[in-house]
Ligand binder design. Structure first.
Ligand code: SF4
Length: 488
């Protein structure tokens, strides 16, 4: 699985916002490594710079010094279905005589009615535009000019256009004078608010996909943007309206398992502690006699710590990760993917040889990586390899902003647990139950999306040329034909 975009916005007169945005995007690099960009406004002129590549390769001191202003938005992208090319890099910038200075937009998520929106915008089908581009076009076409307002304000336009938009989105916008942040009514993707300066005299405001991007720019975490809430920051401070009626919250459960950084705050708790709790519950649920617990770096490590603590089995490091592997490399086939594992992970043979190992990882998607890891550990002399996975079997594709393979490539969609164990070559395998995962996250009832584990899609996805289908109609045979194009 790949993450699928990070967004950042800052309003901070007197600060060098291009540098703040660079640092914020750098902290969000794990959410997207294909392209990076930012848009900066000085109150009249919006300047956009974006390119393919990592944040540090797109921007340097010379480029940042040319981006002057007091407000900015930024984006890191990993494409899911939309093409990975410059045209789809973000922020998207559009302008018209009705919107002096224009506006810029950056998106994390994936829309489920892109074709319907493209029809509404009068756009030709199949021209390869990502869903974000369609929303930007609709905002341009349907811009509402409020004669009572002295400057451009996108709020009336957003309240007209966003009710047409379905699916997952955390969006940030910028016009000449203000920045905006909004989450979809289900809140699939995270977005939080930070304050620059003291509470009694704020010097600026920051919106970011994850809280470490606030930390790195010296902002104080304030709160999450609520589902359906529009928050704006301008010369008059911070403003909030409930732009769209909030639905049941469906924050992606995999933000807790894998996507978010361990130092991120979600639902008021640090992710690292939540992952450790997953490991503790997994140890109680799937105990095993062993000599060493090890995590698959990086996201399997906190759950391994929790497993070790709860089971009393010593924790140790068994694999070393090469941190300098470019994450943009996508192996074209299964064989080169397996070779890619050796490039990325190498065993610590003295820790492994002769030991019965508990190997904790966050998820199994195709199984190729896990199979290669098990083989690598056996080749290094492991006596036994017991896999423990801190998410339930991954059986359904994601249509809300995460890159997953089709259902026929998902190992758990097509195999029993025993078949999975045999395929991976492990001595035993145990997945955390959905109930225990929810317990670790602290949401035992609602509040989370778990569609890729259960097949219950909270927002209907749409079939090409068909009306919306109810969740229960999304079957194994229909899923591969679902329309979910242009993901960000
Ligand atoms: S389907 Fe899975 S990966 Fe996608 S948003 Fe829902 S929980 Fe997250």
């Amino acid at each position: 699985m790949k993450e699928a975009c990070g967004v950042f916005a800052v309003y901070a007169p007197g600060r060098v916002v291009s540098h703040l945005t660079f640092d914020g995007l750098y902290a969000l690099q794990h959410r997207g490594q294909e392209s990076a960009g930012m848009a900066v406004s000085d109150g009249s002129l919006v300047t956009v710079l974006k390119d393919m590549g990592l944040v540090a390769s797109v921007f340097d001191e010379r480029k940042l010094s040319g981006l002057s202003g007091h407000l900015a938005i930024g984006h890191t992208r990993y494409s899911t279905h939309g093409k990975s090319d410059w045209m789809n890099a973000q922020p998207i910038y559009l302008s018209s005589p009705m919107i002096p200075g224009g506006f810029a937009m950056a998106h994390n998520g994936n829309l489920t009615n892109t074709e319907e929106l493209a029809d509404r915008a009068g756009m030709l089908p199949g021209i390869g535009l990502a869903d974000s581009g369609v929303v930007a076009e609709l905002i341009l076409q349907h811009h509402v000019v409020d004669p009572t307002l002295s400057s451009v304000d996108l709020t009336p336009t957003l309240s007209k256009v966003l009710p047409w938009v379905e699916g997952a989105y955390s969006l940030v916008f910028l016009d000449a004078n203000r920045v905006y942040g909004i989450r979809d009514p289900n809140g699939f993707r995270p977005l939080c608010i930070g304050r620059l300066g003291p509470e009694e005299a704020p010097e600026g405001w920051v919106f970011a996909s994850e809280s470490p991007a606030l930390d790195v720019v010296g902002a104080t975490y304030v709160r999450e943007v609520a589902p359906g809430e529009l928050v704006t920051a301008d010369a008059d401070g911070l403003h909030s309206i409930q732009l769209l009626p909030a639905a049941v919250e469906r924050l992606c459960i995999f933000e807790f398992v894998y996507f978010a950084r361990p130092d991120s705050i979600l639902h008021g708790k640090e992710i690292h502690g939540t992952r450790r709790r997953m490991g503790e519950l997994l140890a109680a649920q799937s105990p095993v006699k062993a000599d060493l617990v090890m995590g698959v770096p990086d996201s399997g490590v906190p759950a391994a710590e929790g497993f070790a603590r709860a089971s009393g089995i010593p924790y140790g490091q068994g694999l070393v990760k090469n941190r300098y592997i470019g994450r943009t490399f996508i192996a074209p086939d299964q064989t080169s993917r397996a070779n890619g594992v050796r490039r990325k992970l190498n065993p610590l043979r003295e820790n492994i040889a002769g030991k019965r190992l508990v190997v904790v990882d966050d998820s199994i998607v195709r199984g190729t990586t896990t199979k290669a890891i098990v083989q690598m550990l056996r080749d290094s002399g492991a006596a036994e390899v017991h896999l423990r996975i801190s998410s339930p079997p991954f059986k359904w594709p994601c249509y809300y902003g995460i890159d997953t393979p089709n259902r026929d490539e998902l190992l758990a969609a097509n195999s029993t647990i025993e078949e999975i164990r045999q395929f991976l070559g492990a001595d035993s395998i145990g997945y955390i139950s959905l109930a225990n995962l929810r317990l670790a996250v602290g949401k035992t009832d609602e509040g989370l999306c778990d569609a890729c584990l259960t097949g219950t899609y909270p927002v209907p996805v749409k079939l090409r040329g068909a009306d919306a289908v109810a969740t229960s109609d999304v079957t194994a045979t229909k899923v591969p034909t679902l329309l979910a194009q242009g993901a960000e």
